[in-house]
Design a binder for this molecule. Structure first.
Ligand SMILES: Nc1ncnc2c1ncn2[C@@H]1O[C@H](COP(=O)(O)OP(=O)(O)OP(=O)(O)O)[C@@H](O)[C@H]1O
Length: 215
């Protein structure tokens, strides 16, 4: 279960975003829709522990994220959260398998590289450098990288943004299929309203914003 309570993020330049209290149920998938600049990435980054709230509490399965020390937070997020950012942050000069292998220095991985690459149908590209892959293939590597820890929470920021419609749908089908198999809680933020049918729940970011920014 993920709950946000009285959460507010005030950026240095006075952008001030307040979120309504909300609980995301365990094992469910959520699509959060909203236009550019509406606060989708802010919400995801807060839940993923990448940024801290100015006020409020973010609780994941009984752990208050913003009560942890920076070191505890790093460890918690590594073990419990699979994050697929909009900019995938893969190492372009490294091979597919080396992009996964470098995670081993951070901690024990739940699955083998072979397992996760077979789930995302990338076994034949394991020796390819990231810079030589298509957008959809890179997205598959990012999915494998997030899943290899068997996280209880999966967060995806605009997973179809750089893909054409057919490839985008394939990626969403893959993410939601793996979510069901792995029984994690899945949050996908997107501006693309063609994706809504693939999720247990669809929210508009308006439903989650509590005034002060987006009205
Ligand atoms: N680091 C930052 N410093 C200051 N303002 C920021 C920062 N990050 C985001 N913002 C502002 O907060 C608001 C919400 O941004 P956010 O990135 O969460 O929106 P978004 O819905 O994810 O947009 P997009 O779909 O374009 O990624 C915007 O007005 C943005 O300019």
């Amino acid at each position: 279960m993920i709950s946000i309570k009285s959460v507010r993020k005030k950026y240095d330049n006075d952008n001030d975003i307040k979120f309504k209290d909300y609980t995301f149920e365990p094992g469910k998938s959520y699509c959060i829709l909203g236009p550019s600049g509406s606060g989708k990435s802010t919400l995801l980054n807060l839940i993923g522990g990448l940024i801290s709230p100015t006020e409020g509490i973010i609780n994941i399965n009984g752990t208050c994220l913003n009560c942890l020390s920076p070191k505890e937070l790093d460890r918690y997020c590594f073990q419990n959260i699979g994050f697929i950012p909009q900019e995938l942050k893969l190492f372009a000069e490294f091979t597919v398998e080396d992009n996964l292998r470098i995670l081993e220095v951070e901690g024990k991985l739940a699955f083998s590289i072979d397992e996760v690459l077979s789930w995302v149908e990338m076994m034949d590209k394991r020796k390819s450098k990231i810079k030589n892959l298509s957008g959809g293939e890179k997205q598959r590597v990012a999915i494998a990288r997030a899943l290899i820890k068997s996280p209880k929470v999966m967060l995806c920021d605009e997973p179809t943004a750089s893909l054409n419609t057919a490839k985008g749908i394939q990626i969403i089908e893959l993410i939601t299929k793996l979510h069901k198999e792995q029984d994690n809680t899945l949050l996908v933020v997107t501006h693309d309203d063609r994706l809504t049918g693939y999720f247990d729940n669809t929210l508009n970011i308006r439903d989650l914003l509590g005034g002060g920014h987006y009205v």
